[in-house]
Design a protein around this ligand. Sequence first.
Ligand code: 6PG
Length: 249
Amino acid sequence: MGNPEIQVFEASQALSEAAANRFAAMAKQAVERRGRFLVALSGGSTPLGLYRLLGESPYRAQIPWQQTHLFWGDERLVPPDDEESNYGQVARTLLGKIQLPSAQLHRVRDELSPEDAAQHYRRVLSEIAGPGRQWPRFDLVILGMGSDGHTASLFPGPISDEEAREAVIAVTADYDGRPANRITLTASVFNDARVLLFLATGENKAAALRAVLQGPYQPELWPAQRIRPVEGSICWLVDAAAAANLSEA
Ligand code: 6PG
């Protein structure tokens, strides 16, 4: 994997527009080449501007929604109408504006127990991947990063055997005082993706961003460092505040 591309934006609107342009370009390319577009979405507040744009002109008409499959990189096991639901926030900002076949909307079954929800999502991934594969090669993965360097629901701490082995795991973590029961895709899945787009804004991400991008490789301390695509590429879209500690070198 080469060095990640880093783009710094003064305003979050410009960042969201750049992300929307990349999303549309990846969608068109995937459908032209493979007949479908597989994308995993992130939770958190940073991508909300992107999700809103995708359902509006000019992006909505540029994206082949009929051939698009939406997945979630992680999810909290709360009902969709809960403000903490990652599915719920995409439903509230995007889904009402687009025509996506319901069979292509791969929601995490939040009503299940954590382990059953993880098991179910493993099945979803393997079914879409086809014979002989546990998970598909995502065309695009949208990721955020917490101020502690977590991404999706991969949090600082020892990497368990289960995380190293499974495509989807159940996680209990209490970040930012938000609900604990979650499921998350693991680095094995993310690292098979073609393009990973990290979105990070705000001064509270500056320390983690420098550690992740320019510090020593300590993936247990800085989980975003676990994301090292085998053949794919990483692009960070960040604002000036989040990039404040990065050295020019
Ligand atoms: C989630 C995300 C999580 C998020 C970071 C950053 O489910 O919340 O998967 O990894 O991207 O916590 O969140 P903000 O974008 O709100 O800073």
